[in-house]
Design a protein around this ligand. Sequence first.
Ligand code: GTP
Length: 299
Amino acid sequence: MPVNDMIPTPHSADNLVPHIPGVIFQFYRSHCGRMNFPYLEGGGEALALIDRPQLTEDAGNLIEQLTGSDHPKIMSAIERSARWMLPLTTRFRLPFPKEKPHWIAVSANPEPTENGVRWNGMMMDITDQVAEEQRLRKLCDTDPLTGLPNRRKLMVHLTHLASLSTRHGTPLSIMMLDVDHFKKLNDRWGHLQGDNVLQQLAMQTQLLLRCEDMVARLGGEEFMVVLPLTPLQQCHKLADRLRHAIASHDFGIGEGEVTLSIGVAEYRCGEPLRNMIERADQALYSAKEDGRDCVSLLP
Ligand SMILES: Nc1nc2c(ncn2[C@@H]2O[C@H](COP(=O)(O)OP(=O)(O)OP(=O)(O)O)[C@@H](O)[C@H]2O)c(=O)[nH]1
């Protein structure tokens, strides 16, 4: 083997540390809350931008500058780890000049000292991994044809809203929408035109909603609109406005060719979600029975 290809054996970890794609650190918090990094070494971009001598003295300032909710999140992770002597495992966004913040993962073990707690651990830049997680989550949550949230995402959101509604006694309503005679539309204009109608319908519906409302595609030509802080009568009015807007919109196949049947229902505090969904479904069924292109409600 040529001599140049032989890897020299490092004499100590100190030779290796500047070349690793992350940071090894010792972090200290005194009982009175003073924080600093007695040791902070490693490779990667993040470290080059950090004022290390400053952090050796005091880390409080840097932690206070963390983005958005990351400051309280990291402080409570430190507190929990210190109180129960459990590993400190969290992630946070480190602000970067002229760039988006970088995501950093922290993993460290605590040990008690006379005047506080000392952690020995590692930090890694996981920005690419977080971007990939976000891309996959979006794929899992999105209907590919319309770009709307899918049934899975809707149910998670609705469960959260129902628990808020139960806790605070605030109103919550839903609309179940179904395109009328969509099979005929497909048969007459072709499947691609049918797809186009669904895409435009998604857009037109979103235009009428507030940003805290959600419209999701349940499947086929069926959609659900979720309206937090909205009582049934208000939901009914909005449903009728939506029905008019769609019936008078030209989808490229002539006005009045696309109509909606809509069932609306309101959440009753504490009931299982499926009860409200069943009521909206029954209301939709009666809208179809009543001749379509109309709104029906069940409280
Ligand atoms: N173009 C298109 N068609 C779809 C899609 N998903 C489901 N469909 C069609 O939607 C049609 C739904 O038909 P039905 O369930 O009989 O309902 P309908 O014809 O709308 O009749 P009513 O609901 O009773 O008014 C079927 O022909 C499905 O093939 C889609 O993504 N794109």
